[in-house]
Design a protein around this ligand. Structure first.
Ligand SMILES: [Zn+2]
Length: 417
């Protein structure tokens, strides 16, 4: 008996039946083929498009509580004047409330995983586990900040984590860490077997700091000198890359978390998508935190990634929709260590979305996958399944009203002077 049977759903231009057993896709067959099979739960898929969900590779999820707190400021002023003073008042309960809010928003946009760099990490892991989504949560390293960082407690949880949760080592950035710290993190990555997640080459200011404080030609060259560019290291932003940087990144096997909307909104710079692909560097997509984006919509982020890549490319054929879509699905799942997720096929992890085709954006029906990215918005995501569990259904996340109420209360406390 199957645990879940989705009947007569549109997938890659065909109508199919999809069976899930436990956390795995058990079968995908032409529509009607599995109708006679017994299943604990059936979903009528006639009005839905089936597709892989998104995996967000750069987040600070609890910053949903700081959304709108500092508009139209450059990165350093934004951090120093608006964000860090509020973060000084953070508690584990606030992080839990903000993370749950971000997970609600992520599910509505069809995203089942996040790669987080934030404080009070056990609260982040607990929120993700409770709501049934995947997360990679970083042990944080920031020079002169120790409050709110719970690395030892987080590491102690490692053995008991379900396979939907993972840990990383997350030095914040080169301007908030010392060379000694970065070298120690590179060493820890080897001894603990944990990947690294770091902001890199985000702004011109960061490039200037690499040159003046560390006597390095670029942020990438400096991070490489410290040993943190390893196979699988996730570099967030990467707006300022030389030809040498691209060659170094390809040689080390790092992955980019491209954050197009944050980069545009903060005026940080432009990630060179086509050059990175030509260098052989895997590219994934992240929203960044809600205080700098300010949306967590992965649909909007993927569209922004496609548009900004096409804008700088020689022709619209240089960057295809399927390439950009893969960056937010299959490649992103792999980058976060969920190597059996990100694709819909028998034997793969049962992560998927049911998209509501009754909405205006899908009426013509010429290319539903393109309609999803280019024409629709998060309102089209009806049902989200993560590791075989239905985590949103009928556009409702369980406990949503209470999650929003707690987030409002937590944001009010952080706002008080
Ligand atoms: Zn960030």
């Amino acid at each position: 008996m199957f645990d879940l049977l989705i009947q007569d759903v549109l997938w890659q231009g065909q109508r199919v039946d999809v069976a899930i057993t436990g956390d795995i896709f058990a079968a995908i067959e032409p529509a009607g083929t599995l109708a006679h099979c017994s299943a604990k739960r059936r979903i009528e898929g006639r009005h839905f498009l089936l597709r892989p969900p998104f995996y967000n590779t750069h987040t600070h999820h609890a910053m949903t509580l700081l959304r709108g707190a500092g508009e139209d400021l450059p990165l350093m002023a934004w951090l120093n004047e608006r964000i860090w003073p509020r973060e000084a008042r953070l508690t584990a309960d606030a992080v839990a409330a903000g993370t749950r809010l971000a997970i609600v928003e992520s599910l509505h946009t069809g995203c089942v995983a996040f790669n987080d760099m934030y404080f009070h990490q056990p609260a982040i892991l607990a929120a993700a586990q409770e709501m049934g989504v995947r997360a990679c949560v970083g042990l944080m390293f920031m020079d002169q900040v120790s409050d709110h960082i719970e690395n030892e407690a987080t590491l102690a949880l490692r053995e008991g984590l379900p396979k939907t949760l993972a840990l990383s080592l997350a030095p914040h950035a080169l301007y908030t860490t010392t060379p000694e710290q970065l070298q120690e993190i590179a060493h820890l990555s080897d001894t603990l077997g944990l990947p690294i997640h770091v902001h890199a080459a985000e702004t011109q200011t960061e490039c200037h700091i690499a040159q003046t404080r560390f006597n390095a030609p670029s942020p990438i060259a400096y991070l490489d000198r410290c040993g943190v560019l390893k196979p699988g290291t996730i570099l967030a932003h990467c707006c300022h890359l030389s030809e040498e940087d691209l060659a170094t990144m390809a040689a080390r096997g790092v992955v980019v978390a491209h954050c197009p909307q944050s980069n545009q909104k903060l005026g940080s710079g432009v990630f060179p998508w086509v050059k990175a692909r030509e260098a052989g560097i895997p590219v994934t997509i992240g929203t960044d935190g809600a205080a700098s984006n300010n949306s967590l919509s992965m649909i909007a982020e993927v569209k922004a990634a496609a548009l900004s890549a096409k804008l700088g490319a020689p022709s619209p054929e240089s960057v295809t929709l399927s390439e950009v879509d893969a960056a937010a699905t299959r490649l992103a799942a792999q980058a976060l260590g969920f190597t059996n997720a990100g694709e819909i096929a028998p034997g793969r992890d049962a992560d998927c979305l049911l998209v509501d085709l009754r909405l205006p954006a899908f009426a013509a029906g010429n290319n539903p996958d393109a309609d999803f990215i280019y024409a629709a918005d998060s309102a089209c995501v009806d049902t989200v399944i993560c590791a075989g569990r239905i985590v949103m259904e009928g556009k409702v996340v369980p406990g949503e009203a209470e999650i929003l109420a707690k987030a409002r209360a937590a944001a009010t406390i952080l706002r008080e002077e």
